[in-house]
Design a binder for this molecule. Structure first.
Ligand SMILES: [Zn+2]
Ligand SMILES: [Zn+2]
Length: 216
């Protein structure tokens, strides 16, 4: 499986494009502002079939262009706890506009989720088996997508290289985040490469040893 990252939008949010080894299918993880313009032409040029869009959580900067990937044929997968944020993004417009006044109506389009995932949900995408872990704390519907055969996991804003997700946003919870990291991220094999929602990649072992916020 080939993994490509693009850091996009006002918060430099990572979108990931994962392509199958046979070069036929692909999936996208998260849909920040600019992701559709960047990735959809690439997917088309390469003749890839886009099958899924996985959402790590419902915050605007990770899902605002999900509608464009759904329109391009992707099944949208997310956690039900973030249903309002994802399927009724218009209701949160004022809150986001207060932070980013330069946004326009076009930046607020809801998307219908095809399948709700929960802790332990499994699925096959880009030719590989994935396992879902529910990692709330930064956001109630935060998910981690683990692909054991590739020793990689996509962890959204739960943990970053040398840091962890904020818990001061609405419905954030510090104790819940620490529990998620300790019981559902630090229990992955040490060599697992973590691809976060912002910044560069790291490994489970590196964070267990050095992360100043989340000790094992
Ligand atoms: Zn977030
Ligand atoms: Zn984020």
């Amino acid at each position: 499986m080939k993994i490509e990252a693009a850091s996009l939008g006002p918060f430099e949010t990572n979108a990931y494009l994962l392509s199958s080894d046979d070069g036929k299918e692909c999936i996208v993880i998260d849909a920040p502002q600019g992701a559709a313009a960047k990735l959809l032409p690439l997917i088309k040029d390469r003749g890839l079939k886009l099958t899924h869009l996985l959402l790590t959580h419902g915050h605007w900067d990770h899902m605002c262009e999900a509608h464009a990937f759904a329109a391009a044929g992707a099944k949208v997968l997310a956690h039900r706890a973030d249903r309002e944020l994802i399927e009724n993004i218009e209701a949160y417009k004022d809150r986001y506009l207060a932070m980013l006044p330069e946004l326009s109506d076009a930046d607020f389009k809801s998307v219908k989720v095809t399948t709700w995932l929960e802790e332990g949900s499994t699925f096959v995408a880009a030719g590989k088996a994935f396992e879902t872990r529910h990692v709330p704390g930064h956001c109630p519907g935060s998910l981690l997508f683990s692909c054991a055969s590739e020793q990689v996991a996509f962890c959204g804003d739960a943990i970053f290289r040398g840091s962890v997700g904020r818990t001061d946003l609405p419905n954030g919870n510090w104790n819940e985040l620490l529990t998620s990291i300790r019981t559902r991220i630090y229990t992955l094999p040490n060599e697992t490469v973590l691809y976060p929602g912002h910044g560069g990649r790291t490994t489970v072992g590196h964070e267990k040893q050095t992360n100043p916020y989340a000790k094992p």
